[in-house]
Design a protein around this ligand. Structure first.
Ligand SMILES: *[C@@H]1O[C@H](CO)[C@@H](O)[C@H](O)[C@H]1NC(C)=O
Ligand SMILES: *[C@@H]1O[C@H](CO)[C@@H](O)[C@H](O)[C@H]1NC(C)=O
Length: 252
């Protein structure tokens, strides 16, 4: 026992001698790299082949993931956890016990079997997304995030339409193909007029309030239609100043 103590004492003296003689600096502390490891200025009292943050580790048996020591050797890190990425997936730092080829949010999946739409996984393969729903865009339409089981060539609000036979006026579908819209109604503006959003079944060249009229035949005074042509208005009455006078809005 005494002999042992002697050996230990000898070793300690020896080590301290080596430390002193073959010194490196860890921060301001001198040490011997043969026996200790300096990690980011912190001295670890053992010899290792790598550092994980301030901790010295054996990188052949441990992993360092985001500065966290793991007693498991993976081939990749998922957040602070090491994984075997040949059998697991890492999606946004979440470990999936499934090996996919893509991530949908934090879930790993197989792109040839499923479709991810805005972070929602659809359990079938599709070529497009409509909001969170996966669709086949060759047979369906997506209008403002609403799926239509009809393939149109345009959207009218949330409805898919064939715009060669229908019109869309302010988001309302018209089962008629016009060349203009009057409010929510489609019209043929070569035979109809639109006055303040009201359809007139007459093609005028001007509007008097909501009524279409022909300026060469009628006169509009303060929104009232006079059935004759005049070049002035006296209040709501059309008149010809060459023949009459207007006194404070009344003919006199
Ligand atoms: C995805 O699924 C396809 C079809 O079943 C398969 O061939 C492929 O190996 C899968 N890929 C992964 C990563 O699971
Ligand atoms: C207006 O009336 C004149 C005279 O009858 C006519 O020549 C013209 O074509 C009319 N215009 C419209 C737009 O109806």
């Amino acid at each position: 026992m005494d002999m042992c103590k002697g050996i230990i004492t000898f070793l300690l003296v020896c080590v301290s001698l080596i430390e002193r003689s073959d010194a490196a600096l860890c921060g301001s502390i001198a040490y011997n790299p043969a026996f200790k490891t300096c990690c980011k200025g912190v001295l670890n009292n053992y010899r290792e082949n790598a550092c994980c943050g301030i901790v010295a580790i054996d990188h052949t048996v441990k992993s360092c993931c985001k500065g966290v020591v793991n007693n498991y050797k993976g081939n990749a890190c998922c957040g602070t956890v090491p994984i075997d990425n040949t059998v697991k997936s890492c999606c946004k730092g979440v470990v999936n016990n499934y090996k996919g080829n893509a991530c949908c949010g934090t879930v790993a999946y197989n792109q040839s079997l499923k479709t991810c739409c805005k972070g929602v996984l659809n359990n079938y393969r599709a070529n497009a997304c409509c909001g969170i729903v996966a669709i086949d865009h060759t047979v369906k339409s997506c209008c403002k995030g609403v799926v239509n089981n009809y393939k149109g060539n345009a959207c009218c609000g949330t409805v898919a339409i064939d715009n060669t036979v229908k019109s869309c006026c302010k988001g309302v579908v018209n089962n008629y193909k016009g060349n203009a819209c009057c409010g929510i109604v489609a019209i043929d503006n070569t035979v109809k007029s639109c006055c303040k959003g009201v359809v007139n079944n007459y093609k005028g060249n001007a509007c008097c309030g909501t009524v279409a009229f022909n300026q060469t035949l009628k006169t509009c005074c303060k929104g009232i239609l006079n059935n004759y042509r005049a070049n002035a208005c006296c209040g709501i009455i059309a008149y010809n100043p060459s023949f009459k006078k207007c006194c404070k809005g009344v003919l006199c």
